[in-house]
Ligand binder design. Sequence first.
Ligand code: AQP
Length: 329
Amino acid sequence: MKPRVFSGMQPSGNLHIGNYLGALKNWVRIQPDYEAVFCIVDLHAVTLYQDPAELRAKILELAALYLAAGIDPHQSAIMVQSSVAAHAELAWMLTCVTPVGWLERMTQYKTKAAVQETVGDGLLQYPVLMAADILLYQAAIVPVGDDQAQHLELTRDIAQRFNSLYGETFVMPATSLPTVGARIMGLDDPSKKMSKSEAGAGHAISLLDPPATIRKKIMRATTDSAPAVDFALLGPGVENLLNIYQAFSGWDAEQMRAHFAGLRYGDLKKQVAEMVVASLEPLQQRYREIAAEPGYVDGILRQGAERVAPIANSTVELVKRRMGLYAPC
Ligand code: AQP
């Protein structure tokens, strides 16, 4: 039997090249070697207010993007978190073994809470729900970008605590980060990670941005006052552009140096833009084909939920028995 892999993304905002290079591209690469569950984590998205009609549309868009990027629904299950009730059920059980101090220390919670007038409890509980998503499927590995590494550590802490209180129950999931592209930074401000929820037209490149928009955003990306690429003195903006090129091209560090050392920033940007445009073109084409088939994505999501629900439900039954909750024989 193949080991299991689980990962997910929130249907909030527009998927960007950070989400693609940090996670989605890795999912496609590893899917033949694992029994994979790729989730659309809508319950996570509503930890911040989402317009209901827009959220429904974004769920289908995200599923279509998974498919367009190369997730094969015959190999991997694509499903929506809220369509398998066991996610929320296990989250509650894990909440009860999680000290609140562990959650208050999470960097993503602190960053997102800092810009809210009032902080919903869901935002604090976000990593417990993420732990439930992963532990529900007894996933051996979780391919994510670098920003989720802290939440994965917490998932292991919660699993360990549960196992020590109630006996061996959960598999310890390992974090899988890509070697290049684990943290793509904002084009307008390379000190901040590229993020769906960050406002600003020049911040992120969305996977569905037209070529002209991609070129414009990259040509305007923040660099520094040096004229050309110097690998001994890389500023964060230039390093980010080089990372983007390397992650899309698959080049090694030697090839990158040989090609880009001494190149003027304007030419670097042109080459990065053409690499991004050419890499996204097939994905965008497949996305348009999928979006033109009404009902296709709904069918995939229904099948995905039906496929994974028995695994999720059997974990919940096991956890109930371990905790002494009522579980009829
Ligand atoms: N900038 C990034 N570079 C590399 N990987 C990234 N990921 C996110 N940003 C980058 C990875 O993408 C996956 C999807 O994450 P998510 O939808 O759960 O949300 P997130 O991590 O909070 O990403 P965003 O884009 O910043 O979304 P919002 O603004 O909605 O919170 C994860 O594997 C993540 O590591």
